[in-house]
Design a protein around this ligand. Structure first.
Ligand code: FA5
Length: 360
C-alpha cells in the first residue's frame, strides 16, 4: 500500500509543480482532491476495508491528502506572487519619461499676456500687487480724487453693489487704479508695483466688454519724474512687442488722479491690411493713460506730497493681447468657445520669461 501512495504522491506533486498558472493548478486539485479525485477515491475506499486494513491504510491516505493539500497551497502562493511580479513589471510607469507631447488644454491669451506683462515688470524691479474685484467706492473713486458727485464719475459706467448696513457702497472696480490706493495705504516709499487684474464697466461692443482686464503701474519715491515713466514704458513696450526699437508719442490728457496726465501712443505701420508693424510707419496706436500721481492722492493715502512724487500708468490687458496676437474682437475672449481657445491659445507648459522667450 505504501508503494501505491508513494507513486500517487509523486505523480500528483509532479503535476502540481508543472502547473504553470492557477487554472492548471485548479485542474490538478480537482483531479486529486475533488469529489471524484484520485485521493478522494482512496479515502472513500477506507469504508469498505476491514478494521485491520483501515488501521494501516487510514494514516497513509490521510498523510497523502495532507501533503497534496499543502503542495497545492504552496504552489498557489508561488503562482500568485509570480503573476503579481509580472503585472508590476508590465504596468510600471517610467516617471523620467517626458510629459505627453500633446497637452489637451491651452493658455488663454489674457493669461498669456498677463504672464508676459508681469515677467517684464518683474525684470524692471516692479513687484506684483493685487486688489479685490468688489472694491470700496472710497478706493475706486474718492481716494483717487474723484469725490461723490464729481463729474468724472460719469467717465466710468459703474456696476454698483447694494449699499452696506453702514451706508457705505461697494462697486465692481472700474479700473485697477484702486490698487494704487491699497498699496500706498499699506507701504511706504520707495514703491514700485504692477497690478494686473479684472475690471468691470457697463460697456459692450467689438472692442469693449463688461468684464475686461487692465494693468496698472505705480512708482513713488523722492525725485520721480515723467522722464522715468517714459523710460519704463519704452522698455516695457519694446520687450512686450518683441521689437528692438519703438517710438512713443505723448498727448496731454485728463485723469483726476494724475496731474499732469499723459496718454501714450505707439508709432506703427498699418498700411498692409490685417498687419501691424511697430516702430515704423505713419499710424499711431493708443496704448495707455498715465501721469504724475496727484499730490492730493498721495496725501489721502498717507504719503507726504512735499517729500515724494510718483508716476502711475494703466491700460487694457485684453487690448494688448488683441494687438500683439491679431485678435479682432474682444467678445469671444469670454465665450469659452473651444475652437477659439484652440486657435488663439498658448501651449500650457511654455511659461513666458524674458530670457526663455515671451511668446513662441
Ligand atoms: C483708466 O481706467 C485709468 N485708470 C488708467 C490710468 C491709470 C490713468 C493710472 C492714469 C494713471 P481708461 O478709462 O482710459 O483709464 O481705461 C484704460 C484702458 O482700459 C482703455 O484704454 C482700454 O484699453 C481699456 N478699457 C476700458 N474700458 C474697456 C472695456 N469696456 N473693455 C475693454 N477694455 C476697456
Amino acid at each position: 500500500m505504501t508503494h501505491v501512495t508513494n507513486e500517487l504522491e509523486k505523480q500528483i506533486l509532479g503535476s502540481v509543480s508543472a502547473a504553470s498558472d492557477e487554472a492548471a493548478l485548479e485542474a490538478v486539485r480537482v483531479g486529486a482532491l475533488g469529489k471524484k479525485g484520485q485521493v478522494s477515491e482512496l479515502l472513500k475506499s477506507l469504508g469498505a476495508m476491514s478494521p485491520d486494513e483501515r488501521k494501516v491504510s487510514g494514516p497513509l491516505f490521510n498523510t497523502l491528502r495532507d501533503r497534496v493539500t499543502d503542495a497545492i497551497a504552496r504552489r498557489k502562493t508561488e503562482l500568485q506572487s509570480a503573476a503579481l511580479d509580472a503585472r508590476l513589471a508590465s504596468e510600471r510607469i517610467d516617471v523620467t519619461l517626458p510629459a505627453r507631447i500633446e497637452p489637451q488644454g491651452t493658455i488663454h491669451p489674457v493669461s498669456q499676456v498677463l504672464d508676459e506683462v508681469t515677467a517684464i515688470f518683474a525684470d524692471l524691479g516692479f513687484a506684483v500687487a493685487e486688489g479685490p474685484d468688489i472694491e470700496l467706492d472710497d478706493y475706486n473713486f474718492t481716494k483717487l480724487n474723484i469725490p461723490t458727485d464729481h463729474p468724472a464719475r460719469q467717465m466710468h459706467d459703474t456696476f454698483y453693489v447694494a449699499k452696506q448696513a453702514d451706508g457705505s457702497r461697494h462697486v465692481l472696480r472700474t479700473h485697477t487704479s484702486p490698487v494704487q490706493v491699497r498699496t500706498m495705504l499699506k507701504t511706504k516709499p520707495p514703491i514700485r508695483i504692477v497690478a494686473p487684474g479684472r475690471t468691470y464697466r457697463v460697456d459692450s461692443d467689438a472692442t469693449h466688454s463688461p468684464m475686461f482686464h487692465q494693468y496698472e503701474g505705480l512708482a513713488v519715491d523722492e525725485g520721480i519724474t515723467l522722464g522715468h515713466l517714459k523710460w519704463v514704458l519704452e522698455e516695457f513696450y519694446k520687450a512686450f512687442f518683441e521689437v528692438p526699437k519703438i517710438e512713443l508719442r505723448a498727448r496731454p490728457s485728463y485723469f483726476p488722479f494724475t496731474e499732469p496726465s499723459v496718454e501714450w501712443d505707439l508709432r506703427c505701420d498699418r498700411s498692409v491690411p490685417g498687419k501691424i508693424v511697430f516702430g515704423t510707419g505713419n499710424d499711431w496706436l493708443e496704448l495707455a493713460g498715465s501721469g504724475t500721481v496727484h499730490p492730493r492722492v498721495l496725501a489721502m493715502c498717507g504719503i507726504d506730497p512735499e517729500k515724494y512724487t510718483g508716476f502711475a500708468f494703466g491700460g487694457g490687458l485684453d487690448r494688448l493681447a488683441m494687438l500683439k496676437y491679431g485678435i479682432p474682437d474682444i467678445r469671444p475672449f469670454f465665450e469659452s468657445d473651444l475652437r477659439w481657445l484652440k486657435h488663439y491659445g498658448f501651449p500650457a507648459l511654455d511659461v513666458p520669461t524674458l530670457d526663455g522667450g515671451l511668446s513662441r
